[in-house]
Design a protein around this ligand. Sequence first.
Ligand SMILES: NC(=O)c1ccc[n+]([C@@H]2O[C@H](COP(=O)([O-])OP(=O)(O)OC[C@H]3O[C@@H](n4cnc5c(N)ncnc54)[C@H](OP(=O)(O)O)[C@@H]3O)[C@@H](O)[C@H]2O)c1
Length: 352
Amino acid sequence: MSAVLAAHGRALDAAPRAGVALLGLGTVGRAWLARLARLQQTGLARELQLRFLANSRGAARLARAADATPAVESLRSRSVRSEAWRELPPGSLIVDATASAEVAAEHAAWLDAGHAIVTANKLGRAGPIERHRHIERAAARYGDAATVGAGLPILESLRRLRAGGDRIVSIAGVLSGTLAWLLDGYDGTTAFGARVREAHARGYTEPDPRVDLSGEDVRRKLVVLARAAGFELEAHDVAIRPLIDDERGTRTLDEALVAAEPALAARAREATAVGEVLRYVARLDERGARIGLEALAPDDPLAGGRGCDNRVAIRSCRYAASALVIQGPGAGAEVTAAALIDDALRITGATA
Ligand SMILES: NC(=O)c1ccc[n+]([C@@H]2O[C@H](COP(=O)([O-])OP(=O)(O)OC[C@H]3O[C@@H](n4cnc5c(N)ncnc54)[C@H](OP(=O)(O)O)[C@@H]3O)[C@@H](O)[C@H]2O)c1
């Protein structure tokens, strides 16, 4: 073991053992459980002691980590909604692996009550500005790396630049791994709806894919990024052109796809004909905040990246002539679960 790893190991040994409460037993929650078990088998992350599990249908207190698997099965087989997720043990490290507005609405109160939170749920930081300010006051106990870029060091970079006296001038990004995957190689000759169904089956989409396709997921991410960059944006400040318009949730996914597909396919064929690529882009600059589909030249900083890659270009006073570009996989349960565990370890280490 290297000296650095050995020192890190000692720091973790010294950290207090945290009772962990996992909310959400879906794609991300179960990937989180599997990753924690793998890490603990190798002697890592031992301070994360799983003590509470919940979905929207019930909760279970655990005496031992080995009780987790049957508890997950039991909770997932229930059919009636329950508020048992609210009965958290005191002083928990809460892992929010839900997409629930109700859960996000509790983040500020939970921080006040002394809990720590790591979250994949964007609605904490992207909710009303007062909630964001409240969370900011307890930021040392709040991990949000999984909310944008599934753990890529985007939020961290913005915060470090600002802490070092830099000023963020603009942010442009491909922020949805799901939409990046859907548009990667799409030239209008194959059915877009079939791609959407495959992305859903692979666990790349939000629980309701309309949240991705309407641009709502990207809007939330741009709000989280903007606030980290020092701009106190509200969701309604973002001008949004949906990729697939579900008329504010009034159309089913299939209806929305059927209505949108001809125009989308034509746009893709036009872009392909002139050597451009389609990307769903979020921008924040002196012209405001906006998101929508764009046809980009192949050498555009946002045109690169494959599959689920996110790509973000940050301009600041320090990075004025040439943008700071961060790229990497920005969707998927594995990277998201890893980001949640990294944040949990940072928080337990920080409180040692
Ligand atoms: N999948 C990805 O690649 C990815 C990447 C980055 C971030 N994320 C984020 O991760 C979060 C989870 O995504 P997912 O794909 O795992 O969703 P999912 O498979 O639909 O799972 C959501 C889970 O949350 C539970 N839940 C809902 N309301 C709850 C409540 N009030 N209390 C406790 N549990 C509740 C659901 O329980 P029921 O089954 O009982 O309803 C379900 O177990 C989302 O915020 C998403 O944006 C996902």
